[in-house]
Design a protein around this ligand. Structure first.
Ligand code: PPS
Length: 615
């Protein structure tokens, strides 16, 4: 055996040689020399520890036993976000967490980004429930956690139950108590009022039927990297399709740190309005061919993002470390939530990089930071904006996400320098131009105002044009076929309109045209329906503004007379309110204007917003 002194001399020699190699490599890749500190930290972080990490699952035999026992327990039906969180808790993606945070851990995470034991953890992982449900649960009780089909995924021992200060959580974790932030909006408007905390026992993984072969647990990825001999792996987190700038950036990152590349897209929950993951995965597959063979792999991550910018970047890093990665790419505005109510960005463009840098040593995963990549036309290549010395004399091009969406929705050209033809083809398939998308025309107005007649005329005109299926959801028809058991109380009217909204949203989602023509007297319900539909396509509210006097004068069904006589109760405009739409897309005056003209005004409106192609 060698003596200690000799061993340390050898180690020193080895290190010196390694440092020289890294120095040479770095000079070769970047053309600059670097400080010794950087090289040292690279040496420390250069290899991943690929031994398995702890999971929360019990053995197969115990799971069968637990499953039977758990059927006796009080159940909690997990929300979509909770299913994502539970999956990563159970498979070790959220290692070292052992369950949903206790009250003490939650408070420490919110205030200091650490658990009560001092472990770095930036995002609270909570089991939020309604107050009514929480009242049925005692601290110390075991509960069964079920997915939306009722399958028991885990059990949890409730050790804590408390009402969180959500405004404080929003300020600390997301930087502002502002509903324009999607996670703050979720916190206040969707998450339950009470949090439950406690350790979790994993029984089975949530079931996924899509892209099964492309989803990997942390231990599966670790095993893959071991098998492939990937000692250094740089992960790229994404919730968007990859375009040329991303391909360039990720390839450079891998080259810079001499690592293999893992494209690790989020397929759980991303920012509302993002391109669906089915389309994105097809796009990623197309881009994978652009990397040198067997240097790059892709795996899907069922994470529910919070869009928490800097804190989220640290969280993403910890999750990737758990998945066996040594490096993590953090670009400009990482996990940015968009603008706040004042129209300003929630976080600075490089805040995420700063926070990551501060903690990376402790995290054990190294950041590869990137500035904004732009296309330099004269040199026909992507360059990092901060490295361009001759900004004044070259043409710098870039297409923002908003601009890309505009080009897609208007069917405009997307240049080759921006994206790959295969990616653009996929995007066009999913997001056809506006004149091929589904939409809803929602008429509202008093009974007898002319809604149905105009809606019928509009339907015929749209069918004459062809191209998309048209469905008319007229007030009377709906009441006969969908809502026959409902009356005209506020509650029943709301239910009726929500049903119409649901059917219209499905039609819109699937590329059809829904024409709705109920009275829909309440502004809040109309707004809710608008929100349901706008996720899938345009919503055009048309107020048929015939006055109540005129409707009563026409009294085509004789209902106004009965309402005046008190024989029909709760009659809109007579004995029940009607909220006049404040800002409809179109307001139609019907007095002295014929039906054909009214329908034509709607057609012109649709044309002006690009929903029907101008001939
Ligand atoms: S709502 O409020 O939107 O649910 O109403 P809607 O389903 O559109 O109403 C359909 C038709 O029901 C007739 N009707 C009444 N309307 C208003 N108030 C009361 N109490 C009432 N009772 C029956 C009325 O003729 C509506 O038809 P339209 O097509 O609007 O004339």
């Amino acid at each position: 055996m060698r003596g200690g002194a000799e061993k340390s001399r050898l180690t020193e020699k080895f290190l010196a040689r390694k440092l020289a190699e890294y120095d040479a490599l770095h000079i070769e890749l970047t053309g600059t020399t670097t400080g010794l500190n950087l090289i040292k930290s690279r040496t420390q972080l250069m290899q991943n520890n690929l031994s398995p990490i702890p999971e929360l699952f019990v053995s197969y035999e115990s799971a069968q036993k637990f499953k039977v026992e758990a059927t006796e327990l009080t159940s909690h039906e997990l929300t979509q976000r909770q299913i994502c969180d539970l999956e990563l808790l159970m498979n070790g993606g959220f290692n070292p967490l052992k369950g949903f945070l206790s009250e003490e851990d939650y408070k420490c995470v919110v205030d200091n980004m650490r658990t009560a034991d001092g472990i770095l953890w930036p995002i609270p992982i909570n089991l939020d429930v309604s107050e009514a449900y929480a009242n049925t649960i005692e601290v110390g009780q075991d509960i069964a956690l079920r997915d939306q089909e009722g399958i028991i995924l885990a059990t949890m021992t409730v050790t804590d139950k408390w009402e969180p200060n959500k405004a404080h959580e929003a300020e600390m974790v997301f930087g502002a108590d502002d509903d324009a932030h999607p996670a703050v909006n979720y916190l206040h408007n969707q998450a339950g009022k009470i949090y439950l905390g406690g350790p979790v026992i994993g029984i089975q993984q949530p079931v996924h039927y899509d892209f099964r072969g492309k989803r990997n647990t942390p231990n599966e990825l670790r095993a893959l990297f071991r098998k492939m001999g990937w000692r250094k792996v740089v992960a790229f987190q994404t919730r968007n399709p990859l375009h040329r700038a991303h391909q360039e950036l990720t390839f450079r990152a891998a080259k810079e740190v001499q690592a293999n590349l893992l494209i690790h897209p989020v397929v759980g929950l991303t920012k509302p309005g993002d391109i669906d993951h089915f389309t994105r995965v097809r796009c990623y597959e197309a881009v994978l061919d652009q990397y040198p063979q067997s240097t790059t792999s892709m795996s899907l991550l069922n994470l529910a993002m919070r869009m928490a910018g800097p804190r989220e970047a640290v969280w993403h890093g910890l999750i990737r470390k758990n998945h066996g990665c040594t490096h993590f790419i953090v670009g400009r505005d990482h996990a940015g939530p968009g603008n706040n109510t004042a129209g300003e960005s929630f976080y600075g463009p490089y805040d995420a990089q700063d926070l990551f840098r501060k903690h990376q040593e402790e995290m054990g995963i190294e950041m590869v930071d990137f500035k904004h990549m732009v296309w330099v036309a004269e040199r026909a290549q992507y360059e990092s904006i901060d490295e361009i010395k001759d900004k004044e004399s070259v043409t710098i091009l870039n297409i923002s996400g908003t601009e890309l969406r505009r080009r897609l929705s208007e069917g405009l050209e997307i240049p080759e320098w921006f994206s790959f033809p295969e990616v653009v083809k996929e995007l066009r398939r999913t997001k056809p131009p506006r004149f091929k998308q589904g939409f809803t025309v929602f008429f509202t107005g008093f009974s007898g105002s002319g809604k149905s007649t105009i809606a019928n005329a509009l339907m015929v005109k749209l069918m004459e044009m062809g191209g998309r299926p048209v469905t008319l959801l007229d007030g009377d028809i709906v009441r006969k076929n969908l809502s026959s058991e409902l009356g005209f109380s506020k509650e029943h009217r709301d239910l009726n309109i929500r049903r119409i909204g649901y059917v219209a949203s499905e039609i819109t989602k699937n590329g059809g045209i829904a024409i709705c023509a109920p009275i829909a007297p309440y502004a809040t319900t109309r707004r809710a329906v608008r929100e349901d539909i706008e996720g899938f396509g345009a919503f055009i509210e048309v107020h048929v503004a015939t006055s109540i006097e005129e409707c009563e004068k026409r009294d085509r069904k004789g209902l106004y007379r009965l309402a005046r006589e008190g024989k029909i109760k709760e009659f809109t405009g007579i004995s029940d309110p009607y909220d006049v739409p404040k800002k409809p897309e179109l307001r139609l005056q019907t007095e002295n204007v014929d039906v054909d003209n009214c329908a034509h005004q709607v057609i012109l409106k649709l044309e002006s917003i690009g929903l029907i192609a101008a001939n």
